[in-house]
Design a protein around this ligand. Structure first.
Ligand SMILES: Cc1cc2nc3c(=O)[nH]c(=O)nc-3n(C[C@H](O)[C@H](O)[C@H](O)COP(=O)(O)OP(=O)(O)OC[C@H]3O[C@@H](n4cnc5c(N)ncnc54)[C@H](O)[C@@H]3O)c2cc1C
Length: 244
């Protein structure tokens, strides 16, 4: 499959192309499908990092559609990793629903990165939803010594039953039902986060990580930087999906 103008741009930016092969699939529930893949040599070239993601190429009506997905438990020695697809209408979800062992999928690696916050934060503030849950899990694994407050926006009855790697001794989960296209989550953050941030002696004590839909993420990123004056190195925000 050709990758269109997006593929051409990624080539110019030195994106690396790979072909993955499905080795196993698991219907976790009606909301989530987990797929295990062999990496086509990717991990030996790229290494791994928390929140690592790849751009997968799906075809619909003869056209390429690029979507980001997060690696789950990548194993560089075996050259394998998992992907967890939250299911809704769309080419990526359709591919995941139908995937069988032996199927292949093309991928480009570009733009994924993780800079470990220095100094290491004692506390993490995480704002996300089911699409960013695999990334949240890898972040909590990586910054294992830190405690965390996680605002998790749900929009489906099964969202609270998706695989979260929380340690109740250190991680506090605050579930927020999606309302008004994400405005409910923004309101919740505005009414709770300022007091929490004020409880720290220095901004070095915490790190804020945001990955919701693109509009909500942009709104939260602006709020954090402009109104709460969170310094740039202490916040990372990336929109994960475009709301209809
Ligand atoms: C860095 C990165 C990592 C990501 N990792 C993952 C991951 O590990 N697992 C995962 O499931 N997703 C992940 N996503 C999100 C995923 O790429 C998007 O949800 C993508 O749009 C799904 O493509 P689709 O073809 O299924 O639907 P699309 O064709 O993009 O959209 C179809 C319809 O579904 C809606 N929609 C799309 N995504 C969502 C959603 N998440 N929730 C509610 N409605 C939605 C759209 O608004 C649209 O109306 C990641 C995104 C990024 C940027």
């Amino acid at each position: 499959m050709g990758h269109g103008w997006e593929g051409a741009v990624l080539k110019l930016l030195r994106g690396k192309d790979f072909t993955f092969t499905v080795t196993d699939t698991e219907a976790v529930n009606d909301r989530l499908r987990r797929i295990r893949l062999s990496d086509g040599g990717m991990l030996a070239v790229t290494g791994t990092h928390p929140t690592m993601w790849v751009r997968l190429w799906f075809e619909r009506a003869g056209k390429p559609h690029q979507r980001g997905y997060t690696l789950v438990d990548p194993d560089p020695e075996k050259g394998t990793f998992g992907l967890e697809f939250v299911l809704h209408p769309g080419p990526a979800s359709d591919w995941a629903r139908a995937a069988r062992p032996g199927d292949t999928i093309e991928a480009t690696v570009h733009g994924t990165e993780f800079t470990r916050p220095e100094p290491a934060p004692a506390h993490l503030y995480v704002i996300g939803d089911p699409a960013s849950l695999p990334a949240i899990n890898s972040l909590l694994d990586e910054l294992g010594e830190a405690s965390a407050t996680i605002w998790y926006e749900t929009s489906h009855p099964l969202d609270e039953r998706l695989p979260m790697r929380l340690d109740p001794a250190r991680h506090q989960l605050r579930t927020v039902l999606r309302r008004d296209k994400g405005a409910g989550l923004v309101e919740e953050i505005r009414s709770t986060l300022p007091d929490l941030l004020r409880s720290h002696r220095s901004t070095d004590e915490y790190y804020v990580w945001v990955a919701c839909d693109t509009v909500t993420t942009r709104s939260l990123a602006t709020y954090l930087r402009k109104e709460l004056s969170v310094p740039k190195p202490r916040v990372k925000a990336l929109g994960y999906w475009r709301p209809a």
